[in-house]
Design a protein around this ligand. Structure first.
Ligand SMILES: Cc1ncc(COP(=O)(O)O)c(C=O)c1O
Length: 391
């Protein structure tokens, strides 16, 4: 048997690898605590479950959906964008549902990139910013996100010949894995850059609703000129504890939305109507739910930051996202630290380089597990480092 070479263009998917390691340890009888994956541990809000239950009982939701999406869902998205971000979206032409943000990120590359084109992708970053473009036959030019730059990309450092070939710029704030929030002016700079180089900006807004300390994440589409050059990908996964539901959308520039929808009509048949109605319920009946979740993650963030400080691993508290981007202790690489805490503490963290080379020296800790387990993880890490927690 022979398989397509494109599958070999990317390393094994990070979280598939982590899941494999966790399984292996559990089979050995280890009580593994996984801080590796950003998968909310708490249930989806009740109004969403009720809406799905009711919609599923209605046989009119059982047929093929359309790739355009239900008017009710699109209208709810437009209302949400207006009220939450002050952004006007034409629900008829400027939004299309996607089967989770991941599907949007990966497939938008197929609508925007030809072989020989370049995608500009932040690294460390979400792996589909790389796999989508590579599978589409394009090249990826990485934009390193480093602490000295506040984890912002340096667009001016993109070589002229690369910028000429680039047709897609991925941005992601609040950022996974660094937890950074967009610096003032970054989105304006991206719009100018896109105009200067005639490229499409895709802002991945997966974490805009998980925010702390009074911070409010803006929409890229609220930036002057943004809708002329790009789109935003939004997901209900993180804010509404709906990772398993696969509900998101692409909104913004009508041409990008239309071409993306054209692509999708050839790949899938849209989102189950009942899920779209549940998505609408999230936006209308559970609008404040992400604020409740943010309070939970803020408590866990503070708990973890304090525990890490107590064992000599200081980390900056993020203002958004359920992640802490932790610099590993002196004398460790990301890999040796990840191995140590897995082998000695049964704790799984995500090694920084699995998000890109600039992640070296870091690990990502996810706060999507119960407080007691987080405390237990911190104390086991302390033991594995032969340090008393709080000493
Ligand atoms: C940066 C980023 N974008 C998009 C997603 C996609 O989320 P989903 O496909 O569940 O909407 C994730 C999930 O972890 C993410 O971290």
């Amino acid at each position: 048997m022979r398989f397509a070479k494109r599958l070999d263009l990317v390393p094994p998917y990070l979280f598939a690898e982590l899941e494999r390691k966790i399984e292996e340890k559990r089979r050995q009888g280890v009580d593994v605590i996984s801080l590796g994956i950003g998968d909310p541990d708490l249930p989806t809000p009740e109004p969403v479950i009720r809406a799905l239950r009711e919609a599923a009982a209605d046989p009119t939701t059982h047929q093929y959906p359309t790739n355009r999406g239900l008017e009710r869902f699109r209208d709810a998205i437009a209302d949400f964008y207006r009220e939450r971000f002050g952004v006007a979206i034409d629900s008829a032409t400027e939004v299309v549902p996607v089967l989770g943000g991941k599907e949007g990120v990966a497939h938008i590359a197929f609508a925007c990139l030809d072989p020989g084109d370049v995608a500009l992708a932040p690294e460390p970053g979400y792996p589909p910013y790389t796999s989508g473009p590579l599978f589409a036959g394009a090249d990826v030019h990485y934009l390193p996100l480093e602490v000295d730059n506040g984890f912002m990309p340096d667009l001016e450092a993109v070589p002229e010949d690369v910028a000429k070939r680039a047709n897609l710029l991925f941005l992601n704030y609040p950022n996974n894995p660094t937890g950074a929030v967009a610096a003032p002016g970054l989105f304006d700079q991206a719009v100018d850059f896109a105009r200067a180089h005639d490229l499409i900006v895709v802002h991945d807004s997966a974490y805009s609703e998980i925010v702390f300390d009074g911070y409010e994440a803006p929409s890229f589409l609220a930036t002057s000129g943004a809708k002329e050059v790009g789109v935003e990908i939004f997901s209900l996964s993180k804010g509404w504890n709906m990772t398993g539901w696969r509900v998101g959308w692409v909104a913004g520039n009508a041409d990008v939305v239309e071409q993306f929808r054209r692509l999708k009509t050839n790949l899938d048949s849209g989102m189950v109507d009942a899920l779209q109605l549940a998505g609408a319920a999230a936006l209308t009946e559970a609008r404040s739910f992400p604020a409740e979740m943010s309070a939970v993650y803020r408590r866990r963030r503070d708990l973890m930051i304090e525990a890490l400080a107590g064992i000599g691993i200081p980390a900056d508290p993020p203002h958004a996202t359920p992640y802490i981007w932790v610099h590993v202790p002196e004398g460790h690489t990301s890999e040796t630290f990840t191995e140590l805490v897995l082998e000695e503490a049964g704790v799984v963290v995500s090694p920084g380089p699995s998000f890109g080379p600039s992640g070296e020296g870091y690990v990502r800790i996810s706060l999507t597990i119960a407080d007691e387990r987080l405390e237990e993880a911190a104390s086991r890490i302390a033991t594995s480092l032969h340090v008393e927690a709080g000493a």
